[in-house]
Design a protein around this ligand. Structure first.
Ligand SMILES: Cc1cc2nc3c(=O)[nH]c(=O)nc-3n(C[C@H](O)[C@H](O)[C@H](O)COP(=O)(O)OP(=O)(O)OC[C@H]3O[C@@H](n4cnc5c(N)ncnc54)[C@H](O)[C@@H]3O)c2cc1C
Length: 479
């Protein structure tokens, strides 16, 4: 029987980032299993014009840079660090696998294999393998089943359950003959539609609108179905490298906004005034926050779209009308309806990251999945006690509601407090490429002064966040 130290289920970005640090910091062997034919997970099925919405500089695996730290000179991200395209991300993970992992002699990769969760239960029922647990996975091509003895840990890198529109049918009904497709189809249109209706107001919906505008579609020929409006993060304020000082100042501003706020609505007003959060329409209060980033240029482009429909979710599309939760709007047979509704990063129930001989990869720094997977691998390699490991790896679920900005900020602060109390961990973070918020050069005297001043805000800000989380919990308990 084959043997391995770690069996990682899922060669998406998180499985890859985890494996990279394990290879770097231990002498363990790793077996990676994925039902897809290439590493990179959802990036293999994402729409052709997808790009990272955070700089390439802190995406991918820790040991290998992605991109060349170029500053974009054109487009609506001009002046900011480059954002890798989906194709670049996929090529990058392919190189990591075939130029680094497999040549190391310590990684065995099984693409086109479906992991069988029932094999875990079967093995624990038999308990016949004191040297580890036996699990199995089956080729989706040959049908052959492989059994592996996992000596150390089984790593679930599928738990986040990322879904993109091309991976499932829409949740609404479609009459025959309606022009409709996942956002991917926009890139293969051969004939213009009379009108485009973009369904979904998350990051994918915004990307679809920007694609249409960039390709010359008149803004009046776009209808945007937005069941909820979102807060966006200003991408200019979360830049690494040469913009470190701006980013550090943003963190300090955040602390100040929280510390000086008098209520939750007042906090959001302050965050918006400070330019930390952006909204699409000044007259509509956002109720959603998904960590999506946007530039002010992109936001200004989106503001050109006049037909934004806020009547809830789509229930059905016919040739002449669309039925929504709160009303009916007209459409035409030659309108193209763009499905951007998959909840890419659905909120998942939180489970302990470290649980016996299983590891479940989740987010431990808000919306930084690859960083989180690398960080968890480091904690696995460097710390022995599961309680201590789970304390360092407090799970931060994906935000969804606007007020989740408060919850994630609070959880981030708690995790950071644990990390900062550990000098070895602080040193690891400072050297980690995926920790985009470390600076490669010492801060200026001016910034040091500002940062020292910020310490005054840290404690009151944490207390305020704790108070707001308690208020939110009380409100949700009384619903
Ligand atoms: C459109 C989009 C843009 C994004 N942009 C950014 C960004 O700019 N920056 C950022 O930090 N994050 C971004 N994210 C977040 C992103 O989800 C993560 O960064 C990361 O790619 C998620 O990787 P994952 O490994 O968790 O999931 P996935 O990519 O879904 O990988 C999971 C893998 O597990 C495999 N698998 C599942 N079940 C099984 C099974 N039973 N057997 C075998 N294999 C299985 C799947 O085939 C898949 O390859 C974005 C997300 C989306 C949807």
């Amino acid at each position: 029987m084959k043997e391995t130290d770690y069996l990682v289920i899922g060669a998406g970005a998180m499985g890859m980032a985890f494996t990279d640090v394990i290879l770097d910091e231990t002498d363990a062997t790793v077996t990676l299993v994925d039902r897809a034919n290439r590493p990179g997970g959802h990036w293999n099925v994402a729409y052709p014009f997808v790009r990272l919405h955070q700089p390439s500089a802190f995406y991918g695996v820790n040991s290998r840079p992605l991109g060349s730290d170029r500053i974009d000179t054109d487009g609506w991200n001009a002046g900011l660090y480059e954002l890798a395209s989906g194709a670049e991300v996929v090529a990058y993970f392919d190189q990591v696998m075939h130029q680094q992992f497999i040549p190391s002699g310590r990684v065995t990769y099984f693409p086109m294999h479906e992991f069988d969760p029932a094999s875990i239960a079967a093995d624990s029922a038999q308990s016949e393998h004191p040297g580890g647990q036996v699990v199995s996975f089956t080729s989706t091509v040959s049908g052959e089943t492989t059994e592996v003895l996992v000596r150390r840990k089984l790593v679930d890198a599928t738990y986040m359950n990322v879904t993109v529109p091309a991976q499932r049918p829409p949740a609404y009904e479609l009459a025959g003959g309606v022009r409709h497709g996942p956002v991917n189809d926009l890139a293969s249109l051969t004939e213009p539609a009379d009108h485009y209706t973009v369904i979904g107001a998350g990051k994918t919906g915004a990307d679809a609108c920007l694609f249409l505008l960039r390709n010359g579609v008149d803004s009046d020929d776009i209808t945007w179905i937005a069941p909820r409006d979102s807060w966006f993060l200003d991408r200019a304020r979360i830049q690494p490298g040469q913009f470190f000082e701006t980013t550090a100042t943003t963190f300090i501003d955040q602390f100040r906004c929280v510390a000086e706020s008098t209520s939750i609505p007042d906090l959001f007003e302050r965050l918006e005034r400070a330019g930390i959060l952006l909204r699409l329409d000044d007259d509509v209060e956002p109720t959603m926050y998904r960590c999506s980033t946007i530039t002010t240029d992109e936001r200004n482009q989106l503001r050109r779209i006049n037909h934004i429909v806020r009547l809830g979710r789509v229930r059905g599309i016919g040739l002449d009308e669309m039925v929504l939760d709160e009303g009916v709007i007209p459409t035409t047979p030659n309108s193209f309806h763009v499905d951007c509704t998959a909840d890419g990063l659905r909120r998942r129930p939180t489970v302990p990251v470290f649980d016996g001989n299983c590891l479940t990869l989740q987010t431990v720094r808000s919306c930084q999945q690859v960083f989180s997977a690398a960080f968890i691998a480091h904690v696995e390699a460097a710390y022995g006690d599961a309680d201590c490991q789970n304390t360092l790896c407090g799970v931060i679920p994906h935000p969804n509601a606007a007020t989740d900005w408060i919850r994630t900020s609070y959880s981030n602060s708690l995790n950071s407090a644990h990390w900062n109390a550990d000098p070895a961990l602080t040193a690891w973070l400072a050297a980690a490429r995926l920790d985009g918020f470390s600076s490669s050069k010492p801060p200026s005297d001016e910034l040091v002064e500002v940062m020292l001043g910020a310490l005054d805000y840290a404690e009151p800000a944490l207390a305020k966040l704790e108070q707001y989380v308690a208020e939110l919990d009380a409100d949700s308990g009384s619903d």
